[in-house]
Structure formats: C-alpha cells, structure tokens
Design a protein around this ligand. Structure first.
Ligand code: NAD
Length: 506
C-alpha cells in the first residue's frame, strides 16, 4: 500500500540504490518521512521488504565474489573515496539542508557533519593504501607472512541522530578495505543515506558495491542480520537492538561490531577553568538536543562549587536559542519525533517522582512558529542520586542529571555505576588527577578539559554494554579485514615426517 502523500516540490520521492540502479521497493510500497520541526512530510521513501533484502544482498555478494572492487589496487580504491569526499563537499549546502530538515539538528551541526563525513572518506582514502600484513620469522626454513583481506559483504545499520555521519563512519573504512555493503538507515531519517549511496555511484564505485535499502528495522534489519550471505554486521543504535542483532548473527557466526547507548559522566572539580567548563558542559549535553550517544548526561559537580556552578549553568541553559534548525542563529532544534518528545517528558516526571529537583526546563516548547514541532526546553535536574532512573537509563533528549560528589573514590564508584561505558569528560587543572581519573573511569573515550570530539584519526567505541569493537582510526581496519597466514616451504631437503623438518620434535 502506498502512502497517501503525493510528490510535490516540497515532498520529494526518493529511490533506493541496489546494484547501481535507483529502484523502488519490489512491492511498490512507500512510506513518508517528516520534518521534526513541523511534523509535515518532506519525502516519500521506498518501503523495502524481504525481496529487496535479497536483491541487495545478492548484488553485494556478486560484487564481492566476482566484481572489480575487491580486486582493484588500493590506490584505485583510494581515488574513488577521494571523489566521494569531493562530491560531499561540493553538495554541502543541499545535503546539510536536507539533513536538518529530516532530523532536526541545527544547520551549523549538519554542515559540520557533512564536512566530517568528507574528512572521514579522505582519511580512509589514505588508509586504503596502508593496509599491509607482516613477515614472521620462523624456526625453520619457512617463509611466513600474513595478508589482510576484506571480510566480504557487510550489513551496515545506522540510527537517526547522525544519519549521514554514522553512514560515513561505516562506509569509508569498509570500502577502503575492499568490502561490499548494504546500508540501512533509520526509517525516520533515510534521505542523506540515499544521497550518499548515489554519490558513491557518481564517484565511480562499481555497481553492487554500495547498496542502500530503506525499510523497517524489525523486518529489513533483522533479515539482513540473519542472511547467510552477509559476512559482517556493523550496527549503531540502542543497546537492546544490539543484543537482538548478536542473537541473529550467531546463526552463521557473522563478525559483529556494535556501537550502542551511553550515559556518560561529565566531571567538574573546583580547580577547573570556570567559564570554559560551564560552556563545555552546556555543549556536552545540549548539542543535537541531547540526542548523542556520547552526550554527557550526568554532571558530577564537586560540592565546593556545586551552587555557584549550577546557578550560572542554569542561567546560560535558559538562554539557549531554541528555534527553526534551518536558522543559523538557532542553538537547539526539535527532538526527532512526537513519540520521543513524550518519552523525554515521561522521564522528567520519573525524575520528580524519584525525588530529583527540577532546576530548569522540563517542558515542551510550543510557542508561535514552534507549535507543530517536537521542541523541549533544555532541562536540568539537581540532587540526582546514582541509582535513580534519570542517572541509569539513556533518555536521548536535552535532560541533564546533576549529581554532587565529595571524594574521588565516591565519584568513581558513581560514574562507573551504569551498564554503559561510552564516554566521559573531566574538567580540572590538576594533571595528575586528570590522567589518573582517565584510567579509573570505565569508558572507551575520555576527554580532558574538552566536551566531546570524535575525529576519524582516533578510535571510538564503548566499554561494557556500550558496544563491541571500535569505529574510526586504524583500529576499525582490523574489523573490516581478516588475517590470512601464508607459509612457504624453502627447505631444499625432501619432506620427512617427524625427521629434520620443519621443527625437530627433539
Ligand atoms: P535503534 O536501535 O532503534 O535503531 C538503529 C537502527 O537499527 C535503525 O536503522 C533501525 O531501523 C534498526 N533496527 C531497529 N530494530 C532492529 C532489529 N531488530 N534488527 C536490526 N535492525 C534494527 O536506535 P535509534 O533509536 O535509531 O538510535 C538511537 C540509539 O543509537 C541510542 O541508543 C544511541 O545511544 C545510539 N547511538 C550510538 C552511537 C555510538 O556510536 N555508540 C552513535 C549514535 C547513536
């Protein structure tokens, strides 16, 4: 059944990319994608089903088993990735605008995401030519060496909070290593992933190497994760979905990388640079309206600065400019959906039920032009304790839990007391304390005197239930390649069972 919305200049009809062609769903079904700023439709999207999963996986399989991509020289692959980066940069105005319209993040952030995506392709264009094995000295007349080979067909499933950037983090290293792939964006934010698929085709990446299919996670995502012709799954999303994916992958022992949820601490000591730590802490929670896996959602304030810090923080939080995310002056846009808005407000109620003190926000913003959108005030709860739902569960919205602390041991205990371990920030001028604490906090990414940053050069990923494996940097190349050992007999003597070769038993 097709959606009731017709294509108009404001509502664009998109196609999936399968085997190098722009195609509708096999059934012809579509769904609409809306703007969280207005909740009005902006796109008509093919609703993929099992037949489309089959088509996409077979296209990727054939491109891997028989196509030119894995057999090209690394330099040829590198050049194609550079072309993707160039095309992204050339289309930054259009792509950033579409990203903002589809996911509600402010235009400044969307432009940053397009640039970061291009940087990511350039970084892996460089690494494509830097993948080598090793030669291993042996105890006998043998030449032993390793090859780094691509894993094969990768299913890459991404969430709605960084639709383009998360896709770039997945595509660029997979392609650099010579894999082929099927990208599945979140159903609420499919537009820029489709455009990225088209750009890869325009950049000369051969047909079938990059396939993009759009459809429900439960049906399309699960079918991809269970498909016997898929060799690897790279997933970013909720921890619960990650658990399901691990189960599905076990049927055929797929390689799996998971980037999951977080409840990251932001720790401020009395000796921190006061203005910088306030601005940095605001940025760490409220960018992308708090919808970041790495959002520093728990603010640990030392008791000696608690009152002064909090009053200035709240004062500045109230001045955050909420509005149309396409306006360059706006600092915070809407959250992704009405459902998510309701969920966030429900958590604000839980916090009050549990005894936290509302210091600011906690309400929907629906004045004037914002009436139709999913806006929420930057929210601060004080006197949160580490066991409250607000301090334990990922909310994914602009809601901060302030937890006072006195000693470092108490702080470490509370900071490490969730199932997550994605990121952490420490604000202090004491370098011994900063580096010691960086080791004691269970998190894959720690920033000192800086709110949050994830460039392609540095590894990114979670401890505990925040993930499995790493993205970005050289480390991810280990997860998009597999090691083959090759051994060569150099012995001039004939083969002699347990005799003198290769290693005498005694
Ligand atoms: P989600 O888990 O609901 O969906 C993510 C993707 O998985 C979507 O494409 C969805 O369609 C698909 N999906 C859903 N159910 C599936 C299933 N059963 N099998 C296969 N695929 C399925 O997550 P979301 O709501 O889109 O995104 C928010 C979450 O993503 C948060 O938990 C956030 O912390 C996490 N996230 C993590 C990182 C990271 O790098 N650690 C980055 C961004 C977001």
């Amino acid at each position: 059944m097709a959606v009731e919305v017709a294509a108009t200049p404001e509502v664009v009809a998109y196609s999936m990319v399968i085997g190098g062609k722009s195609v509708p769903a096999a059934t012809g079904e579509t769904f609409k994608t809306v703007s969280p700023t207005t909740n009005k439709p902006i796109g008509i999207i093919p609703k993929a089903g099992l037949e489309d999963v089959e088509r996409a996986v077979m296209a990727a399989r054939q491109a891997f088993d028989e196509g030119p991509w894995p057999r090209m020289t690394p330099l040829e692959r590198s050049r194609a990735l550079h072309r993707v980066a160039t095309l992204l940069r050339e289309r930054i105005d259009e792509i950033a605008r579409l990203e903002t319209m589809n996911c509600g993040k402010i235009i400044v952030e969307s432009r940053g995401d397009v640039t970061s995506s291009a940087n990511c392709f350039e970084y892996y264009a460089g690494l494509a030519t830097q993948l080598w094995g090793e030669q291993i000295p042996m105890n006998g007349p043998l030449l032993d060496y390793t090859l780094r080979e691509p894993v094969g067909v990768c299913a890459q499933i991404v969430p709605w909070n960084f639709p383009l950037l998360m896709a770039a983090w997945k595509l660029a290293p997979a392609l650099a290593a010579g894999n082929t792939l099927i990208l599945k964006p979140a159903s609420v934010t499919p537009i820029t992933a489709i455009i990225l698929g088209e750009i890869c085709r325009d950049a000369g990446i051969p047909d079938g190497v990059v396939n993009v299919i759009t459809g429900p996670g439960k049906e399309v995502g699960e079918a991809l994760c269970a498909h016997p012709a898929v060799d690897k799954i790279a997933f970013t999303g909720e921890t619960e979905t990650g658990k399901r994916i691990l189960q599905l992958a076990s049927g055929t022992i797929k390689k799996v990388t998971l980037e999951l949820g977080g409840k990251s601490p932001n720790i401020v000591f009395p000796d921190a640079d006061f203005p910088e730590s306030i601005d940095g802490s605001l940025f760490a929670i409220y960018t992308n309206a708090g919808q970041r896996c790495t959002a520093r959602t728990r603010l640990f304030l030392h008791k000696d600065i608690h009152d002064r810090f909090l009053s200035e923080f709240v004062e500045k939080a109230r001045r955050i400019r909420i509005g149309d995310p396409l306006d360059f002056e706006t600092q915070m846009g809407p959250v992704i959906s009405r459902t998510q808005q309701q969920r966030i407000l429900q958590y604000c109620q839980f916090a009050q039920d549990d005894g936290a003190i509302l210091a600011s926000g906690g309400r929907r913003v629906a004045d004037g032009a914002l009436a139709d959108g999913n806006f929420i005030e930057p929210t601060v709860f004080d006197q949160v304790t580490a066991d409250m739902r607000l301090a334990q569960e990922e909310i994914f919205g602009p809601v901060l839990a302030v937890i006072p602390f006195e000693t470092e041991d108490e702080l470490v205990r509370m900071a490490n007391s969730t199932i997550y371990g994605l990121a952490a920030t420490i604000w202090t001028r004491d370098i011994k304390r900063a580096h010691t604490l960086a080791r004691r906090i269970q998190a894959g990414n720690v920033s000192i005197n800086y709110p949050t940053v994830n460039p392609p050069e540095a590894p990114f990923g979670g401890y505990k239930q925040s993930g499995l494996g790493r993205e970005l940097s050289r480390h991810v190349m280990d997860l998009y390649t597999q090691v083959k050992n090759v051994v060569v007999n150099l012995n001039p003597e004939p083969f002699d069972w347990y005799g003198r070769w290769p290693t005498p038993p005694r």
